[in-house]
Design a protein around this ligand. Structure first.
Ligand code: MG
Ligand code: MG
Length: 264
């Protein structure tokens, strides 16, 4: 069932998503060579709890294994999604997708950003740029009266035209009181296909894009998803509300991009 949100609920969703945005901005301020993803996880958990919210990912159940052990997913280089924070110091040239979720006043925020650590190759920077562009093309396609397949079509077209792979096994989703609600929001699709988009729909749009083949494998920890060819992946995610006919972006990259502007 798809739960359409009222104006008041959309504002509660916005508050949760802006807290996620602020958390990711804290990550942006602290990510550099030598820092571990476990340190970034601690920082995120403390920041979320200090603001009266709960990190949704911590303890998130997995039907095939144990619950997720951390507050953010940190997916480095060939890890596509669901990387578990660890003690390996990040190195110059790494990229890290940090996916963050927070439950504030009964509503969920969910957003992801792929960060550069130190100086990253031009090829990888291009992958990040195209993936982020595809997210905004997907968001532009999320119009009331159109269909979910229009979003996936826009993402897929841009990424494949640039020679990249679109992961099929993991997709975006409706979001609200639950982090994952109906409908699924694939990053591939046909124009005019799928669920009708309506005012009040809140969805997380999240292209997971690979530099090479989109084929992935799940590691023995039952969480970590890697590209099979070992090539780099990128993941950008915004939560949006369809409001007055078009997508209102509830999360934000403004803080992160301001920090990045100072760094690079
Ligand atoms: Mg997410
Ligand atoms: Mg999500």
């Amino acid at each position: 069932m798809i739960f359409l949100k009222t104006e008041d609920e959309i504002e509660l969703m916005r508050a949760a998503n802006l807290l996620v945005a602020d958390t990711l901005t804290e990550i942006a301020r602290n990510i550099r060579p030598g820092v571990t993803t476990r340190q970034l996880d601690s920082l995120a958990e403390e920041f979320i709890r200090d603001h009266g919210a709960v990190p949704t990912f911590k303890g998130y159940p997995n039907p095939y294994g144990g619950p997720f052990p951390a507050s953010v997913c940190t997916s480095v280089n060939e890890v596509v999604v669901h990387g578990i924070p660890n003690d390996r110091p990040l190195e110059d040239g790494d990229v890290v997708s940090v996916d963050c979720g927070a439950l504030l006043d009964g509503y969920n925020g969910d957003s992801c950003y792929t960060f550069c650590v130190g100086e990253v190759s031009a090829d990888v920077k291009r992958l990040l740029r195209v993936t982020k562009e595809s997210l905004y093309l997907g968001i532009k396609a999320a119009l009331a009266g159109r269909r979910i397949g229009d979003i996936g079509y826009a993402v897929q077209r841009h990424c494949e035209a640039n020679g990249y792979g679109v992961v099929r096994e993991f997709v975006g989703h409706g979001i609200g009181k639950e982090m994952h609600e109906e409908p699924p929001v694939p990053n591939y699709g046909k124009r005019g296909s799928g669920v009708l988009i309506k005012d009040g729909m809140c969805i997380a749009i999240e292209p997971m894009i690979t530099a090479g083949s989109p084929r992935i494998g799940i590691m023995p920890d039952r969480w970590t998803v890697k590209t099979l060819d070992g090539k780099c992946a990128a993941h950008f995610e915004h939560t949006v509300a369809v409001h007055h006919g078009k997508a209102d972006i509830l999360s934000s990259f403004a803080g992160i991009e301001e920090v990045e502007g100072k760094l690079y």
